[in-house]
Write a protein of this length. Structure first.
Length: 328
């Protein structure tokens, strides 16, 4: 590993990778995008041409390379545990697409393996790295809405095309693992690491066997609550509202703000409504830069692992509250 550049490979050529994180990896000065791997040689070559790197046939062949220091894993959720584990065993740092795991048991194994190997394992929740959330926290810290009392987080969109992997239970499909995880991560962000699930509902599609919608009630030990709603069976919403004793703050593109968008923050107080247009931000570029600099500068490897464990615990708790069997 060069002192100033992290050599990265990509395990899989998923559409989400091509749209978001691969462009960010290719553009980041502290990253050298070495290769992308696919089970299909044709697909690997197509993606490699687009991003100016080498095409590899087969994920194992990429992990065997000694010129790769870290990998990004954008495979379907049910495949993450195997390939993240294999990447860590090969001595690679890992940026895993969300959700990193499908259960707390998987999280414990992977986080433990990363810790034992002295490697960074980070989950790709890019929205955490957008400046609009920093703006919300700054207003809260300044007392703009008084004491925070409740979080509303919503992420949902219309039905997906037939055959989409998110309708396949064997690949870790379902709305909880696709959209619900964003709202759960927002709950940890705004209500703190001790937030817990107190009730949940999941609605299944009998044709596919996956949950297509759900909701959860969460709270922290002080009694601050959160109502989380998610699904892919309704019109698009992607919002967070933090409601306090003296007002509220709302972001309407809380999780998916594209790089050119200047998001609008809405601040409501008694007899006062204010909309602030915030600076644009590239949340994937910011996340990729954070991942690379953490490895290159020897930053905090422990914190991202603890985040993965807490997130997986919340997912399991939603399943349990909704009366679903645990995923092993």
């Amino acid at each position: 590993m060069s002192e100033h550049v992290l050599n990265v490979g990509v395990v899989g050529c998923a559409a989400i990778a091509r749209r978001t994180t691969l462009p960010a990896l290719a553009a980041e000065p502290s990253v050298r995008l070495v290769a992308v791997a696919s089970r299909s040689r044709e697909k690997a070559e197509d993606v490699a041409r687009t991003f100016g790197c080498e095409a590899i046939t087969g994920y194992a062949a990429l992990l065997a390379r000694d010129d790769i220091d870290a990998v990004y894993v954008p495979l379907p959720p049910a495949l993450h545990a195997e390939w993240v584990a294999r990447a860590l065993a090969a001595g690679k740092h890992v940026l895993s697409e969300k959700p990193c795991v499908t259960s707390r048991a998987e999280a414990a194994e992977l986080v433990g393996a990363a810790r034992d190997a002295g490697l960074l394992l980070m989950e790709n929740f890019a929205f955490l790295h957008h400046g609009q959330h920093d703006a919300v926290r700054a207003l809260v810290d300044a007392g703009a809405i008084g004491e925070p009392r409740h979080l509303g987080a919503e992420f949902a969109f219309p039905p997906l095309p037939d055959g989409d992997i998110r309708y396949d239970p064997a690949l870790g499909g379902g709305a909880l693992l696709d959209a619900g995880v964003y709202t759960l991560r927002a709950a940890s962000l705004y209500l703190g690491p001790e937030v817990a699930v107190h009730g949940a509902v999941l609605r299944d599609d009998p044709a596919t066997g996956v949950d297509v919608a759900g909701a959860a009630l969460v709270a922290d030990p002080a009694g601050r609550t959160g109502q989380l709603t998610f699904g892919f069976d309704r019109s698009y919403r992607c919002a967070c509202t933090l409601w306090g004793s003296e007002g509220s703050i709302t972001l309407d593109r809380a999780f998916t703000a594209p790089p050119g968008l200047r998001p609008v923050l809405r601040l409501v107080r008694q007899d006062h409504v204010e909309e602030r247009t915030l600076p644009a931000g590239h949340q994937f570029a910011s996340l990729v830069a954070r991942f690379a600099r953490t490895v290159l500068d020897g930053g905090d490897f422990k914190g991202p692992g603890e985040d993965i464990l807490r997130q997986a615990e919340l997912v399991d708790a939603v399943r349990a509250a909704a009366g679903r069997a645990a995923v092993c």
